[in-house]
Ligand binder design. Structure first.
Ligand code: HEM
Length: 539
């Protein structure tokens, strides 16, 4: 080796050593910067996503301030809330029974009116106060839904629930309101509910000893939606592979939509699909397409169309209302999906309360007997329900203590910057209403934890749960309120009336009111009962 070659090697080695060191330093500086930034963002009320926003927002406010001396100083007020952890924020709030955790966090931060928190990069606000809930839900700014990958993968962005606020969403709501949810249509499907109620009571009458009610209620609810939406009639007692497949698809959908997807909030995790949500959706969607698609094809082939159902309605749409094949699948699938679970969950909670409070059950039965007659009387009909006062109060009290959607199921998204409860809320913020906490607020409700249907009997005028009074709005309120609320409440009230008129309900082994929050909040331990027929008994 010559001396020049040796010099070159030495220089190269030094250079490479230096650059390695430089790179290491650079990486160290960058890592420290990232950690400092993460800690800086995290140090703000509401955690990292809010910190990220406030760090730019303050600057722009100051800029505005230089140009506009009238700028309100309130703009600098930050919404109180937990910081959570750096980067991930308050993911743990959503871990299980989110409504309870959020209510506790809001109390701890003295932020029950409005609390800010972060899930990764997503800014959230949540209220546990009815006045602020009204401000959020009734504002046009919050007429959109946040993007959820599972909802998009499951095609719900083309159905009412997750469609962006706009012409398409308005068209779908109008079509559904006219052909599925209007009072005339609900009345027209009365015989379907009566038929399913008869099947339900027959199936319970044949049970000996203790049994769980959940499976039968879910099946009855699914049969009801299948009949009114698809025009397909199934018997509760018959085993049908098609129906079992559909029930399985619906259950899988609930799990997917009810799971908090980390990728929705932490962008660098999105591609990894760690929870296999994208993967499971991709397996589920072709099955849904096949199932619903074959029902549509069947309807297209049926030229006689004697019994017009919702599929026929969608197929007959013309002009700007006409839906593509895939949009039709999304809309129909959503109806089955939304209409099945909520009603069955609500009825199970009502029956649980009836078993737990035999004196209330007796009062309901006395009212039913007064309207319809006692032992040996005729069968109760949906028309009889209009004459009831006490049972609707019982249903409201159950909706108050056990709302199927304690956080109103699906959140809202701010389309533009706005002000809520005096705080600046930027566009792109996700808003939630903790209806569970509002409905148990001791400042609003006397003895809020007690089951007292009588509280709804003395008010004048009658308390509406349909969204005009935010102290109890289990179906939401404003533009995105539940379109199926009349149908859902009519079905649940009628079936419960029928079941209580037909049977006395007793617990088989106590009643456990522990909750589990999936897409809806249901009983963690399914209700198990023993029933005794009443109508055959002398009163
Ligand atoms: C006990 C029964 C039910 C309860 C407690 C319930 C509850 C809710 C709640 C809380 C929302 C969100 C409202 C908001 O953001 O303000 C909602 C939305 C919705 N519900 Fe219901 N629901 C019930 C029954 C039904 C039924 C029977 C159907 C249809 C067959 C249905 C279809 C929908 C749809 C499509 C939306 C989305 C509306 C939109 O984004 O524009 N629901 N429901």
């Amino acid at each position: 080796m010559t001396s020049t070659q040796a010099d070159n090697l030495w220089v190269l080695a030094l250079a490479s050593k230096c650059s390695q060191e430089n790179i290491a330093w650079l990486l160290l500086i960058m890592a420290s910067l990232c950690i400092s930034m993460a800690l800086f963002y995290w140090s703000h009320p509401g955690g990292p996503a809010w910190g990220k926003y406030y760090s730019t927002w303050t600057k722009s406010t100051n800029l505005n301030h230089n140009h506009n001396h009238n700028h309100a100083s309130d703009n600098n007020k930050m919404i109180p809330g937990p910081k959570g952890y750096p980067i991930i924020g308050s993911m743990t709030l959503m871990a299980s029974l989110a409504h309870r955790r959020i209510a506790a966090a809001a109390k701890a931060c003295s932020a029950t009116r409005l609390m800010a928190f972060s899930l990764g990069d997503t800014r959230f606000i949540v209220t546990c106060h009815h006045e602020v809930a009204k401000e959020i839900l009734n504002s046009t700014v919050f007429a959109d839904r946040p993007i959820k990958e599972s909802a998009y993968s499951l095609m719900f962005n083309r159905a009412i629930g997750f469609a962006p606020y706009g012409v398409y969403w308005r068209t779908l709501r109008r079509i559904a309101a006219t052909h599925l949810f209007c009072p005339k249509q609900i009345k027209a499907s009365e015989f379907q509910r009566a038929e399913i109620a008869a099947q339900l009571t027959d199936s319970f009458r044949n049970r000996h000893g203790e049994f769980r009610v959940r499976e039968a209620l879910k099946k009855a609810s699914l049969n009801h939606m299948m009949w009114s939406v698809f025009g397909q009639r199934y018997n509760l007692d018959e085993t049908n592979t098609g129906m079992e497949e559909l029930a399985g698809l619906v259950e899988q959908g609930y799990d997917l939509l009810g799971t908090l997807n980390w990728g929705d909030h932490i962008p660098f995790l999105k591609d990894f699909d760690l929870q296999k949500i994208r993967f499971t959706c991709s397996k589920l969607v072709p099955k849904v397409n096949r199932f619903v698609g074959s029902i549509i094809a069947h309807h297209q082939a049926d030229i006689t169309q004697t019994n017009r159902d919702f599929v026929h309605v969608l197929l007959s749409l013309q002009g700007s209302d006409k839906l593509s094949h895939s949009d039709m699948i999304a809309v129909l699938w959503e109806m089955i999906f939304r209409g099945t679970d909520t009603v069955a969950v609500l009825i199970e909670w009502i029956l649980a309360r009836m078993v737990l409070h035999p004196e209330v059950q007796r009062k309901v039965q006395e009212e039913l007997d007064a309207v319809v007659g006692g032992g040996g009387s005729r069968v109760l009909t949906e028309e009889d329900v209009a004459a009831l006062v006490y049972l609707p109060a019982v249903v409201k009290e159950v909706l108050r203590l056990h709302p199927p959607g304690p956080l109103l199921s699906w959140a809202r998204l701010a389309i533009t910057d706005t002000t809520i409860d005096g705080y600046h809320v930027p566009a792109g913020t996700t808003a939630m209403v903790n209806m569970w906490a509002i409905a148990r607020d001791p400042k609003v409700w006397v003895n809020p934890l007690q089951f007292m249907p009588e509280r709804f009997l003395n008010g004048e005028p009658e308390f509406s749960v349909f969204g005009s009074d935010l102290r109890l709005a289990p179906f939401g309120s404003g533009r995105r309120t539940c379109p199926g609320k009349n149908l859902g409440l009519t079905t649940a009230t009628f079936w419960v009336a029928r079941l209580l008129h037909e049977f006395e309900w007793e617990p088989s082994d106590g009643v456990d009111l522990t909750e589990v929050l999936r897409l809806s909040c249901e009983m963690a331990n399914p209700l198990s009962v023993v029933v005794r027929p009443r109508r055959g008994l002398s009163t």
